[in-house]
Structures are given as C-alpha cells and as structure tokens.
Design a protein around this ligand. Structure first.
Ligand code: HEM
Length: 416
C-alpha cells in the first residue's frame, strides 16, 4: 500500500536530519491514516497511525494494543530480549500499575511542586552563567541541557558533579542512531553483542553499574528519594534485579533528553516568531499556556509502538494479532481536525489537546508535571532577560526516527 506513496519511509533516521518530513505525515493523515508501512529486514513492517483520534483509541485500548507482548519501539525483540530488557514501559496492567505506583506520587503535581523554588534557583544559576556577555554560545549545551539533568540529580539525590556523565550516558542510549552521540549506531553497525541491553546500547552497562553503587549507598545510609523508593521496592520483592536496573535507566533517560529538546525547540520557535516572543514578554501570565504550545510544537518523542493482541479493524483496515502498530505523535500534533491552522505557532492556542506526553491510557508520561514545571520556570526566568535573540546558524538535529531533538544551536542573546 505504501508503495503507492512513493518516497515515504518513516523508519529511516536519515529522513529526519534536515527536519521532520511533515509533508509525509500530512499526506498519510489525509490519504492513508491507517496504513501498512514496510520496513527493512529483519523488521517486518508496521501499521502507521497518524490521526489524533486513532492514536487515542489505540492507547486507551491497552488490552487490544499491548505494550507487553512486543516492544514499544520499532525494533523487534525476541522472547529473551523482551524478558531481559523490559521496563514499566513494556508492561500492561495489572503489572504496569504495580510498577508505576512505586514512584508515581513523587512525580505528581504536588510531588514535583515542592521543588519549584529549587528549580527556579537552578534556572537562575544556569542563566547567570550562560548570559554573562553577548558573545555567541551553544544554547543546547549551556542552557537546555543543564536544567533537566540538575533537577534529576536532585530527585535522585546524587552529586551534581555526576551530571555530565549522566547526560553523556543518556544521550548515547537514546540517540542510538546518531554517530555523533553514540558509539554503537544501531542501523549501521553490528550491535548483536548488545542485543540484551536497553536501546541495544553498551552504555547501559555503565548506567547499571551506577545504579548498583547508588543502591549500596541507600542501603548503607537510608534516604528519602526516588532511588530509595526503587531500592525499597526491590527489597520487598516488587522489583527484581533486572527490573531495578531498567527502571533506573528509564527514569534517567526519559527525564533528561526530552525536556532538553522541548526547551531548545521552544527557544527556536520564539526566535522565529518574534511577535510571539514579544507577546510573552509583555504578558508573562501567558507563559503556562505557551508551554503547551511549545510542547505541541516540539514533540520530542515522535512515536511509540503497541502490538495487536487480536485481529481488529481500525478505520477499515484489518490489523492482525501480532502486528506492530506505531502511533505517530509528531503527526497527531499537527492534525488539522484538532488544531486549527496547525502549522501556526500560537502561544495563546486554546484548547491545546496535544499528545506530546502520550494520548492517554496507562502509559501517559510519568514526568509530565515535572517537564511542564521545568519548561515554565526556564521561560519565566529567561524571557525577561532577553532583549533579542539571534539564531546564528541552522540548528543541528539528532539523526533519529524516534527523538525529535536539536543537538547544537548557536545563538547570540542580547540581554535586556
Ligand atoms: C517534555 C518532556 C517529556 C516528553 C515529551 C515525554 C514523553 C513521554 C511519552 C510520549 C511517553 C509514553 C506515553 C505513552 O506511551 O502513552 C512517556 C512515558 C514516560 N515518561 Fe516521559 N516525557 C517527558 C519528560 C519526562 C520526565 C521529566 C520524566 C521523569 C523522569 C519522564 C518519565 C517517563 C516515564 C517513567 C514514562 C513511562 C510511563 C509508563 O510506562 O507508565 N518523562 N513520556
């Protein structure tokens, strides 16, 4: 079916390097909203789901569209890999509910709200350092990368000095298709020996060793933090060794890079839409609403996958039990049926029913409150300090069909 669509190949990371191929997603939404998309062997292909309401239907019906019987990414895993690599993301209720409960309170609005003043202080410190002069600098490394990881160190209660290593490890794992960031590029090198590690990445071993050291520290000296909650769950038998490792790695990765890309994309969008920047500077009360538009615009995670547990029909297409079903958030967030004029960046957009944290269902992003809070505070602190911002060259994008991210963005900021 997709042959009729010519060049469209959503599973090739090269097609995202110059920018998201939005015209392909537009075409699929209009002409083939549920379509079988072939893949390079050994993968067998997937159903591409591109409309907002279909994404929601798939994610809400977890009994038909399981996270557990296959992986949640495009990579096809055998039973052994699934057993060893799975985290909360790759489970269905009731097991998923038990696992999520281990730290859900800590990531609730109230749980993260207690850190608000602390986050603001960190944001001010980061901006003080970055905005010392009007010399050009890389916005990603100096600003957007700093805040999420510093906060993660705080809720993990690990030394802030560990931040650079945690950033590097997270990048190597999640950006496993980008030779600039990862030593084992999954679609270019033989990564067979890493097939049992998350993201097929050798870096996972470093993260696991770090998780072990942190567990030893908690056992020697009890603390009240996220890692202690994971360690307690393991002691009580709610997590086994492998699940402890994978949970740790999931939090590290999920909490680090996604928020970074949101902040970078948000800054780029505001620089490209000076009227919107000016509006926010004049009316800072609009910033929380602007954060929702920034999240929609940025869509740092472009898709997730489910696997059909039974034969089912969706928009007239017959999906068979065992088929991969890939839900493209990046497309749903530009669905004109839900977002009038979807390619207009409008910080006053309301309602803004974006699916950046998932379209609902059991796996809705655990860190959504945290990501919103960090992004809000960063822009509340940054915008009053800006007289103007110049983007000095094309932002460099991560080579990935999964993460929609900017790795470098040279800027000059004229402080106000
Ligand atoms: C803008 C930043 C972020 C974005 C775009 C994002 C996006 C997502 C998405 C799309 C999902 C899957 C939703 C689904 O399948 O329905 C997810 C799940 C998850 N996110 Fe985030 N996330 C962000 C920040 C965070 C942060 C700060 C954390 C905290 C450490 C976090 C932790 C998680 C976890 C643990 C899951 C798995 C939840 C589950 O399986 O129940 N995320 N996120």
């Amino acid at each position: 079916m997709i042959d009729a669509l010519g060049q469209i190949d959503l599973a090739n990371p090269d097609h995202y390097v110059e920018g998201v191929p939005f015209e392909w997603f537009d075409r699929l939404r209009h002409e083939h909203p549920v379509v079988w998309h072939p893949e390079q062997p050994p993968n067998r292909g997937f159903w591409a789901i591109t409309r907002h309401d279909d994404l929601t239907a798939v994610h809400m019906d977890w009994e038909t569209f399981s996270s557990e019987i296959g992986a949640v990414g495009l990579e096809e895993l055998d039973e052994e890999q699934l057993q060893i690599r799975n985290s909360m993301l790759e489970t269905d209720p009731p097991r998923h509910t038990q696992m999520r409960k281990i730290c859900s309170k800590r990531f609730s609005a109230r749980g993260v709200g207690v850190y608000e003043d602390w986050i603001r202080d960190v944001a001010r410190g980061v901006l003080d350092r970055a905005l010392v002069s009007d010399e050009p600098f890389d916005f990603v490394s100096e600003i957007s990368r700093e805040l999420p990881i510093r906060f993660l160190c705080s809720i993990f209660t690990v030394p802030q000095d560990d931040a650079p290593a945690l950033i590097e490890w997270g990048d190597q794992m999640i950006a496993n298709q980008d030779p600039d960031l990862s030593a084992a590029v999954v679609d270019r090198e033989d990564t067979e020996e890493y097939r049992l590690l998350p993201f097929r990445s050798p870096t996972a071993r470093k993260v696991f060793a770090y998780a072990d050291r942190q567990r030893d520290l908690r056992l020697a000296d009890p603390a009240d933090d996220v890692i202690a909650a994971l360690v307690a769950a393991q002691n009580e038998g709610a997590l086994n060794e492998r699940e402890y490792h994978n949970y740790f790695a999931l939090l590290l990765i999920a909490g680090n890079e996604t928020t970074r890309h949101t902040i970078s994309s948000g800054m780029l969008a505001l620089a490209e839409h000076p009227d919107q920047l000016e509006l926010l500077q004049d009316e800072p009360d609009l910033i929380p609403r602007a954060v929702e538009e920034i999240l929609r615009w940025a869509t740092p995670v472009m898709h997730f996958r489910r696997t059909a547990t039974r034969d089912v029909e969706l928009r007239g297409q017959r999906i068979k039990a065992g088929d991969k079903v890939v839900t493209w958030y990046i497309s749903a967030n530009r669905d004109e049926g839900v977002f009038p004029d979807p390619y207009r960046f409008d910080v006053t957009r309301t309602p803004n029913d974006h699916v950046t944290f998932g379209p609902g269902g059991p796996h809705f992003c655990l860190g959504a409150h945290l990501a919103r809070l960090e992004t809000k505070i960063l822009f509340q602190e940054l915008l009053p300090r800006l007289r103007s911002i110049e983007i000095l060259g094309p932002p460099e994008r991560i080579r990935s069909d999964f993460v929609n991210g900017i790795k470098r963005m040279p800027v000059r900021i004229n402080p106000s």
